[in-house]
Design a protein around this ligand. Sequence first.
Ligand SMILES: O=CC(=O)O
Length: 332
Amino acid sequence: MASYANQECFQSNDDLPIVLLHRLPSFNSPLKDILQPHFHLLDPADSPEPASSFLSCHAKSVRALICVYNTPLSAATLNLLPSLELIVAASAGVDHIDLEECRCRGIIMTNASTAFAEDAADHAVALLIDVCRRISTADRFVRAGLWPVKRDCSLGFKMGRKRVGIVGLGRIGFEVGKRLEAFGCSIAYNSRKKKPSVPFSYHANVLDLAEDSDALILCCSLTEQTRHIINKDVLEALGKEGVIINVGRGALIDEKVLVQFLLRGVIGGAGLDVFENEPDVPRELFELDNVVLSPHRAIFTSESLEALHELVFTNLKAFFSNKPLQSVFQIE
Ligand SMILES: O=CC(=O)O
């Protein structure tokens, strides 16, 4: 359990560095209590004014902003904050933030990948095991009362010793690789650059990676370069026993093609935590036993939220004391 004891003693709100909150969902509400003694928090949600006039009124004083979960942060909102220097993204993915605007203005960004990596990786591996071993299907079978009346003879696939390709070897991807190595899988990856000192083999493009893999696990960020990185050709290369797992963002995959390929048996199965138009999930997938679905919850454990709150606190403290930040997201 982290300690947030007051390291400095402030007399009033006027002494505190000002931090703006951008739409805090209820599961992050402890964050407010953690930050309140150390920062003067501005939360447009607490004000009767419309968010834009609230922002213009406080604009000059705001140097740091916390952007929670996936609420869009557009150039128009950023333009209301001319003094902004730091965005603390309380998410691993930052595709909801106008990165181009941040890059032009030299705004620094931190994200939550260090806090979320282990739990997101556990979820990716759980989806892979579930797709291969049909655990959710077996659960539905038992709950439907079918066991006493018929035998479940559907065969799954062995997961150990498979060739797994990881797309995006950031913190989450690396944790996935570590876990699957312990299952005897051979691990390869694709990312923008080959990583020095990583024990996994590198493929410079996703198509080659898919050709050499029994399962692909998507852990990369969604950017203009990675949108639909998993297209018809990549899925065909993965092949009819191949499995795809996505804990990154839905739009990494051309979802219409994926659905067609699953229905026609062009690929072997999918474990999906994220979708192109959340919370809409293509209904055709509901009938398929080789597909496991979860509602964008790979990072949701109480421990990872606790780690997130600690990371947000640490980064804000470091920023206002001119110390190095953790988990800086490189905007390219
Ligand atoms: O999907 C969750 C995140 O990006 O943190």
